[in-house]
Design a binder for this molecule. Structure first.
Ligand SMILES: Cc1cc2nc3c(=O)[nH]c(=O)nc-3n(C[C@H](O)[C@H](O)[C@H](O)COP(=O)(O)OP(=O)(O)OC[C@H]3O[C@@H](n4cnc5c(N)ncnc54)[C@H](O)[C@@H]3O)c2cc1C
Length: 444
């Protein structure tokens, strides 16, 4: 009896499946080309999503309004976390062929001018901690890998303008304009990935609130050549008017440096000086910088862009969509490092999308429920570090604490090591929230 019920059930399911396949074929035909995923934005987050999906043989449409190689305002530091994802994608050797600097350690300067230098731990498999590489090179490396991948259709110069929704309100595609031909185009997919950066239009069209200004850095950077005293250390200057942010000098190849600063946007509004003025004043007058920049020349202009921090927790998935990278507000709130989390979130999104398609084959938009493992992965793998970094950011508002940390680190090797771990990505940031930590710091 049980067997017969099973047979009937099987026959019914089979006929439903055949019927579904036919309607699916029909719908696919009607919808034009149905992609597994459309990724809007081909920066690190979008390229990573596309490349990991392609590794799982999923069909991806990768769109970007720019033409690559394109510039991106950034500090150009490529950390161990970023290197890990580049390694997963087999791209590590490419970086060596680009103009680059090598990072081995960190110089930190307190508001009172006290300074300390600490080595970073080496990145896995390398004899140093990371690179500095102009973003136009590094982003083009990921973009070129996507371009060469047969599972990825790339459309650059495509300005995304609208989300397409089905009758149930689920996101099922995008439309926009080819900026060269001026032609409007619409594409359909099972999921749309918003990887369109800090000013994400995908996010806005989903009616998600922008990251509040107290969770966003306004950051600027320029390139200087002829800077004296550069080494293989990145340099952070905690200066008044910028805290809890900092001014950085990141050594590039030759005597070039990427020099910039990040100030919380809520403080920029309250402050009297433009960030560019603060940067140029510091270079001209800071006792540790003025002589080093005396003969240095700026190349081009100072660029500015927003850094949406992971201290703001933003919804990152729904029916037929996910957000990755800056679009999902995933930058480290203390260091301002965002490329590592952008690449990692792309990898996690691809894994979740691949699993969801495997579990629910067909043509329907992927449900929020089926995409929720992405958000869970972000919460487990990226969130704890961002929470700790946010606590560190809040402490860095107090110049006396920075003077104390950096002063003690200059004198005590064990405090130096603790600070390396805090600035790096791995652990020990939690210690900064423990009363015992301050007690230990205050000990002679
Ligand atoms: C001054 C500054 C310094 C920084 N320094 C560092 C650093 O040293 N190290 C670090 O790790 N991080 C740093 N960051 C953060 C880092 O730049 C970002 O976290 C990172 O770029 C996020 O990658 P993403 O792919 O999410 O977005 P993006 O790199 O911004 O890429 C988004 C892409 O989407 C495309 N796009 C946007 N709108 C549309 C549209 N309508 N249609 C089609 N395409 C669209 C854009 O053209 C772009 O290619 C810095 C940021 C700033 C502003």
């Amino acid at each position: 009896m049980l067997f017969k019920v099973g047979q009937v059930l099987y026959a019914t399911l089979l006929s439903v499946a055949v019927h579904n396949m036919e309607t699916e074929k029909e719908k696919t035909k009607n919808a034009g080309d149905l992609y597994d995923a459309i990724v809007v934005g081909a920066g690190p987050a979008g390229a990573s999503t596309a490349l990991f999906l392609a590794k799982s043989s999923r069909r991806v449409l990768l769109l970007d309004k720019s033409s690559f190689p394109r510039e991106k305002v950034c500090g150009d530091a490529f950390s161990g976390k970023s290197l890990g994802v580049a390694r997963d994608l087999g791209l590590l050797p490419e970086i060596e062929r680009m103009p680059h600097g090598i990072v081995r350690g960190l110089l930190m300067v307190a508001p009172n001018g006290k300074k300390v230098t600490v080595p970073f731990p080496n990145a896995t498999g390398l004899e140093f901690a990371g690179y500095t590489v102009e973003r136009r090179h590094i982003d083009n490396m990921f973009f070129a890998a996507a371009l060469a991948n047969k599972n990825i259709t790339v459309h650059q110069n495509f300005n995304f303008t609208a989300l397409i929704r089905d009758e149930q309100g689920r996101v099922c595609g995008v439309s926009g304009k080819d900026v060269i031909s001026n032609k409007e185009q619409t594409f359909h997919s099972r999921v749309v990935v918003g990887a369109d950066g800090a000013a994400s239009l995908v996010s806005r069209l989903l009616s998600l609130p922008n990251s509040p200004i107290e969770h966003v850095y306004s950051a600027i950077r320029g390139y200087w050549s002829g800077v004296e005293g550069l080494s293989e250390n990145i340099e952070l200057y905690f200066i008044d008017g910028v805290l809890p942010g900092y001014l950085w000098i990141f050594p590039m190849e030759g005597k070039r440096a990427n020099v910039g600063l990040g100030i919380l946007s809520s403080d920029v509004i309250k402050g009297k000086k433009h960030p560019n003025t603060i940067l140029l004043d510091a270079i001209a007058h800071h006792p540790l910088l003025a002589t080093r920049f005396a003969n240095a020349k700026i190349e081009g202009r100072i660029g500015a862009w927003a850094i949406p921090n992971g201290s703001y927790i933003k919804k990152n998935f729904g029916d037929g969509w996910v957000l990755v990278g800056d679009a999902a507000s995933l930058v480290d709130p203390f260091s301002g490092e965002g490329v590592g989390n952008a690449l990692s979130s792309g990898k996690f999104a691809a894994q979740a999308i691949d699993a969801a398609i495997g579990k629910f084959p067909g043509i329907e938009p992927l449900s929020a429920d089926s995409l929720s493992p992405y958000s869970h992965e972000v919460d487990v793998k990226l969130r704890p570090e961002m929470v700790d970094s946010y606590n560190l950011q809040k402490l860095s508002r107090y110049r006396f604490l920075l003077n104390l940390f950096i002063g003690k680190a200059a004198d005590k090797p064990e405090v130096r090591q603790m600070m390396v771990n805090m600035i790096g990505s791995d652990s020990e940031k939690k210690q900064a929230n423990s009363p015992l930590f301050y007690f230990k710091l205050l000990l002679p």
